[in-house]
Design a protein around this ligand. Structure first.
Ligand code: DGL
Length: 270
């Protein structure tokens, strides 16, 4: 009875926290590929190879369903995995679609033609690989018309968060928001399109100004997973134990994770 949650590092913990609060009876196995983070500066083949290796490890841990709590992997590898790699009895879901459905005022799986929506100017903050993939714009175009998206690749931010250097992370958020505002002075909404960024939510909100609605994924993914499991209860795999696995140094990763989630988290070697 376990579901896998994958990220390149610590960012997916923002999703893990929300899904485990929403579904307290489901054991979750978290896999952080900390020794290979950040993914956002890697090419698509590299992200694909690392992501598939991590997902296989989660299958071995008894998780038939794996959430890619990583936008970079969702953008650069998920489609290729779904087309040719995932066996029939397993599922891998990304984190993009629930957020875009929320922004475009749609219910889960509403595939009606694109239409006008309330927001017209959207700022997207994401990793260089996610921005380069244009996956967000592609998913949005299926659902909405007339939305102007300005993307800002937030170089360096994932590294700073992984290292626990919050002073640098704070400065980077402010300079990326400034750069975005030079291109789009008055966005109505902003998307934190990397699961690491909600750890800096308050700094983004302050730098953007309180009139900008900041969307992040954790709660949206939790709702959509709860909905998915109601419709596909057999997709909770045979694993029974919650675990935290890392390819990094377990002590260091545990220390940063405990600091971020404000509860004790103990990682073990993957
Ligand atoms: N949390 C990952 C994401 O959502 C970070 C990617 C990275 O490692 O650069 O994109």
């Amino acid at each position: 009875m376990a579901v896998g949650v994958f990220d390149s590092g610590l960012g997916g913990l923002t999703v893990l926290d929300a899904v485990s609060k929403r579904l307290p009876d489901v054991p979750f196995v978290y896999f952080g590929d900390n020794s290979h983070a950040p993914y956002g500066v890697r090419d698509a083949d590299d992200v694909y190879n690392l992501t598939t290796a991590a997902v296989e490890r989660l299958w071995d841990a008894g998780c038939d369903l794996v959430i890619l709590a990583c936008n970079t992997a969702s953008a650069a590898a998920l489609r290729r995995m779904q087309e040719s790699w995932i066996p029939k009895d397993k599922r891998v879901l990304g984190v993009f679609v629930p957020l875009i459905e929320a922004m475009t005022e749609r219910n889960w799986g509403d595939n009606s033609p694109p239409r006008e929506v309330a927001v017209q100017h959207v700022a997207l903050f994401a990793t260089p690989a996610t921005v380069r993939s244009r996956a967000f714009q592609r998913e949005l175009a299926f659902r909405a018309i007339g939305v102007d998206v300005e993307a800002q690749a937030c170089g360096g931010l994932v590294d700073a968060i992984e290292e626990g250097d919050m002073i640098l992370a704070d400065a980077l958020v402010r300079s990326h928001v400034d750069a975005l505002k030079r291109k789009m002075p008055t966005p109505e909404a902003a998307i934190l399109g990397c699961t690491h960024y909600p750890l800096m939510h308050d700094v983004f909100q302050e730098a953007l100004g309180e009139t900008v609605k900041v969307y992040s994924q954790a709660n949206l993914v939790a709702e959509s997973l709860a909905d998915y499991l109601t419709r596909h209860p057999h997709m909770v795999g045979p694993g029974t134990e919650s675990q935290f696995l890392t390819t990094g140094t377990p002590e260091k990763v545990s220390m940063h994770a405990t600091q971020f989630l404000k509860r004790e988290i103990k990682f073990q070697a993957a």
